[in-house]
Design a protein around this ligand. Structure first.
Ligand code: ADP
Ligand code: ZN
Length: 723
């Protein structure tokens, strides 16, 4: 009798499923995680569907499923989501599946952690290392073995030696229990606005069904406190909730705030978890033991058992778009997952994306507003400083007016933040003698001077070289000049202007891990810094109680780059950075150093007129048929040489199916024309809103010439970057 056949999806970059026979006695259903032989390897796979009519000729050549892995099956809802995301983004299904199985090879029974305890008399031979261990364990409690070694500053063999001597004993550490969050642990006293907003969200969560709310509140209005009430409702209903955040906003301060409200920290999911924690958290989520998960965008793909709510905090943030592997936008896909799972989704922001704002204006999303700051704090007062009239002297970047205001703030023992979205010391280094500019050999980019590290660095490929003392072109000595500011240079200027003040630079290249970043943010929050100099790392989600002044050093920086969202991005970023000021006491002020104070973005910020900005931006998008009034996709072709990339781009474009609702623009050399030695051309595809652009691309690429050799083609549906 023919045996049962199932189709499995393997978590590698392949779209199709493979058929396997089910051995007798193995009970399998779609969603089960299995291991299968693939080529010479054993790989993890997921049963995707029954195959009722396998090709009889192939049947005998099919291999057997090896075994069923002892984890809960991936639910139908998640499998549909994987299929949907793959289809929409034109990614291989296996690649999307891989994101749901991110516990990798760490599946299977968890290894017990070993602990040590002091149980016997001191050893015959005492050394100082042994003495430190015994001192540490003199409390008689069970300590993690590797923790004990680290804390005592000894190697594991010192501990093993003491075990052999009978001084210490090895025991298994008990498994850490996940403490259930308590929805009534500490409910805040809400203002009437907050009360209304919280009640609306709670009602939405009390019923099943898909629904999207835009929690729209100014910075400091208490959006977090308010959506915590929705989370509380989900906990009461015994369901799971996911809170998505941009990775760098996932701070210790946030976890503590959660703990203050719910009595315990939530489960975390981000790129820096150790493999052990990753595996444990995955299992806890799949088993439904973890009720609340706070995570970066990849947490969207985890196997929740009864997901009841997704919150997308800072929904407008660009970090939600993944730009390698599957190019998905986590905010949009959160709405998709909510739709498939029939659950509510809350999008939270002080400056919603234009797409979300339009959905709220059209009534597709429910707007829940928090128009004022909590506790009577007023919104920061914003002024422009016109660099054409009152700029700093040459080679300096802090204008006299801004310097004076910072001085006053520091004297009042308040904090000031100087914001500049540029890492390093200077974006360009050139030779004063011959004009030579230092650029990367393999990218079309200048090398950025990083003085702390004493190197010139390419921000695209990571290439770096020591800062030379001689120009490589003309041989002049000590002739190199730094052009333009980065945060490190700003710190130098601030230190000279305000010698008494304590300064700190916060920039992603200087923080080595999420942990060190968390501790630096704590230092600032505790007031041990007077002037913070930071990139957009500081813009997100932190509360610095004494910060009342924000100076934006170059407000025009993001405007002139040809990106259709440049104005929106600049508005959001500056609004958010200045929103750090005056959150707890005193008055917040923001200064925008700009060459174009008449620009609509600057005018809207200074007038605190958000609506004016959205009105004009929405109108401009509608006129140009940009999202959300039209659709966009990018095809990015790259090759080791320029003619191949351009030639393939041409062939691709000439193979595009004709459709009068679709415009195919390009190929055009990309603004970043060379990255890592690869030449890049872009094709922009633009269509009316009612066109299924993914389907159009699929038809196109099925018949188009295929990449081979050194050629590469990337497909980016709903691109966020146009570089
Ligand atoms: P947002 O996310 O809108 O910027 P937050 O939720 O961070 O605002 O709130 C800003 C500050 O106000 C936080 O320190 C928060 O703890 C405090 N806060 C907001 N609402 C309340 C409340 N009802 N009771 C006590 N503190 C509140
Ligand atoms: Zn480079």
């Amino acid at each position: 009798m023919a045996r049962r056949v199932v189709d499995v999806l393997v978590p590698v970059a392949l779209n199709q499923t493979y058929s396997y026979r089910v051995p007798d006695g193995l009970d399998l259903a779609p969603g089960d995680v299995v291991s299968v032989p693939l080529g010479a390897r054993e790989v993890l796979a997921v049963v995707w569907a029954d195959n009722a009519n396998p090709d009889p000729r192939l049947h005998n050549r099919l291999k057997d499923i090896d075994e069923k892995i002892d984890v809960p099956p991936l639910r139908e809802e998640l499998r549909s989501f994987v299929d949907w995301v793959a289809s929409y983004t034109l990614s291989a299904r296996g690649m999307v599946l891989r994101m749901t199985l991110r516990m990798g090879e760490h599946l299977g029974p968890e290894r017990a952690r070993l602990g040590v305890r002091l149980v016997g008399p001191p050893p015959q031979r005492m050394t100082s290392a042994r003495n430190r261990v015994i001192g540490l364990l003199s409390d008689g409690l069970l300590h993690g073995k590797s923790d004990a070694a680290r804390e005592a500053g000894v190697s594991a063999s010192v501990i093993d030696g003491l075990v052999d001597e009978g001084t210490l004993a090895i025991e298994d550490m008990p498994r850490e229990k996940i403490v259930a969050p308590d929805p009534s642990f500490a409910t805040p006293d809400f203002s009437p606005d907050q009360e209304t907003a919280a009640a609306t969200l709670q009602d939405m969560c009390a019923k099943d069904g898909f629904n999207v709310a835009l929690l729209d509140g100014v910075t400091g209005s208490g959006k977090t406190e308010v959506y915590f009430e929705a989370v509380a409702e989900i906990i009461r209903r015994g369901k799971q909730a996911l809170i998505l955040m941009p990775e760098i906003a996932l701070t210790g301060q946030f976890l503590d705030r959660f703990a203050k409200r719910f009595g315990t920290r939530p489960l975390e999911w981000h790129s820096e978890l150790t493999p052990r924690t990753r595996a444990r958290n995955w299992a806890a989520i799949a088993a439904g033991e973890a009720q609340i998960v706070v995570g970066a965008r990849s947490a969207l793909f985890l196997p929740y058992v009864n997901l009841g709510l997704i919150v997308v905090d800072e929904e407008h943030d660009q970090a939600y778009k993944q730009s390698d592997g599957a190019h998905y936008h986590a905010r949009d896909m959160a709405v998709v997952r909510g739709h498939i799972a029939k659950i509510p989704v809350i999008l939270s922001s002080a400056t919603p994306s234009v797409e979300t704002e339009v959905n709220a204006r059209k009534g597709r999303y429910t707007r829940v507003s928090l128009p004022a700051r909590f506790g009577g704090q007023v919104m920061p007062h914003i002024e422009a400083i016109d660099l054409r009239r009152e700029g700093p002297q040459r080679g300096k970047f802090i204008s006299p007016r801004l310097a004076e205001e910072i001085n006053i703030a520091v004297e009042r023992k308040e904090q000031a933040l100087l914001f500049l979205n540029r890492r390093g010391y200077a974006p360009l280094t050139l030779c004063r003698a011959c004009g030579h500019r230092f650029s990367c050999n393999i990218c079309d980019a200048w090398l950025v001077d990083h003085r702390f590290r004493q190197r010139l660095v390419c921000h695209h490929c990571g290439f770096s070289m020591p800062r030379p003392h001689q120009c490589p072109q003309c041989g002049a000595e000590e002739s190199l000049a730094a052009i333009g500011p980065g945060v490190e240079r700003l710190q130098e200027e601030a230190a000279a202007l305000f010698p008494e003040a304590r300064t700190m630079v916060l920039s992603s290249d200087l923080v080595t891990s999420i942990e060190t970043m968390r501790s630096e943010l704590n230092e600032i929050a505790e007031g041990r810094v007077d002037i913070i100099i930071g990139t957009q790392l500081v813009a997100k989600g932190h509360n610095f109680p004494r910060l009342n002044l924000v100076g934006v050093v170059d407000a025009d920086l993001g405007l002139g780059n040809g990106d259709p969202r440049a104005a929106e991005r600049t508005f959001q970023l500056l609004n958010q950075v200045i929103g750090r000021a005056g959150r707890e006491k005193g008055y917040g002020v923001g200064y925008l150093q700009t060459h174009q104070p008449e620009h609509p973005v600057m005018k809207a910020l200074v007038a605190n007129d958000r609506k004016a900005f959205y009105d004009s931006e929405i109108e401009a998008r509608e006129r140009a048929l940009y999202p959300p009034f039209g659709r966009l996709a990018s095809l990015i072709v790259s090759a080791g040489d320029r003619p191949s990339a351009e030639g393939f781009g041409r062939k691709l474009v000439s193979a595009a199916p004709h459709d009068e609702r679709v415009q195919v623009l390009g190929p055009a050399e990309a603004p970043l024309a060379v990255i890592k030695g690869r030449y890049r051309f872009r094709v922009l595809v633009k269509s009316a809103r009612n066109v299924d652009l993914s389907d159009y691309l699929r038809r196109w690429l099925a018949d188009a010439p295929k990449t081979k050799g050194n050629l590469n083609l990337e497909v980016d549906v709903d691109p966020q970057s146009f570089l």
